[in-house]
Ligand binder design. Sequence first.
Ligand code: NAP
Length: 259
Amino acid sequence: MAYKALMSKIVLITGATAGIGEACAHTFAREKYNLVLTGRRTERLEKLSKEITEKYGVEVLTLEFDVTDKNAVVSKLESLPDGWKKVDVLINNAGLSKGLDPVQSGLYEDWDLMIDTNVKGLLYVSKVVANWMISNGSGHIINLGSIAGKEIYANGHVYCATKAAVDFLSKGMRFDLLTYGIKVTAIHPGAVETEFSLIRFKGDTERVKKVYEGIVPLVAEDIAETIWFAASRPAHVNINELIIMPTQQANATVFNRKV
Ligand code: NAP
């Protein structure tokens, strides 16, 4: 396993148990990358790993950790065999929105979770992997931002702020990693139908239904293909950022709903 891992390109995906991360796992496996898949839900990681190995014949390692747990991030990542630390592409995808409330009644625990996951978790993973990329002499970090990081909307303040942070962290990483030839890209999707809204609305399926009512939203595969486009440009080309929306979405809040 270690030998083949050294011969093939490697992508490390955070939040590979669902949605965009899972779709990226399929897309990069199709392109014959070996995969390091991470997330908190072990059974899903195991199921996905088996499915991908059988379907694409690539090698998959799974690491179960919570990106908000700094020590777990460092120790789990550093536990990878050396050959698997030759990561070509890191997809910082793990993230979430929790709640949609005004500042005066928002929940502390929702704010902590969003900030810890979307901002601090992304940083913890990036530091470890950026150092590997520096040692390897190349690499590409792809961060999942959001249209929410480009525009504020009512009651979205903390989620929007975390994604604005991802936007600026991505731009900052470009400076820091420039001299090492490491690429950095930020992908900013509009509405993608995944588990995202179910988590934002804490399982309230009626509210989730309203998000996608009368529109054809993006699906996770649309974003995975866009990420693959960014990852597969020639060595001299860096896609700094891309904003991708459903055709029926003009900005963070304006939709052409056919209801
Ligand atoms: P999703 O279906 O809910 O998937 C989120 C993934 O993140 C899951 O695999 C989850 O895995 C992982 N995750 C969440 N918290 C984690 C933690 N603390 N530690 C480790 N993994 C964690 O959502 P998605 O739509 O694919 O979202 C992926 C990214 O795209 C997020 O950063 C999101 O903000 C961004 N985005 C989504 C949309 C949209 O409309 N869907 C739009 C713009 C941006 P486990 O639960 O197994 O840990």
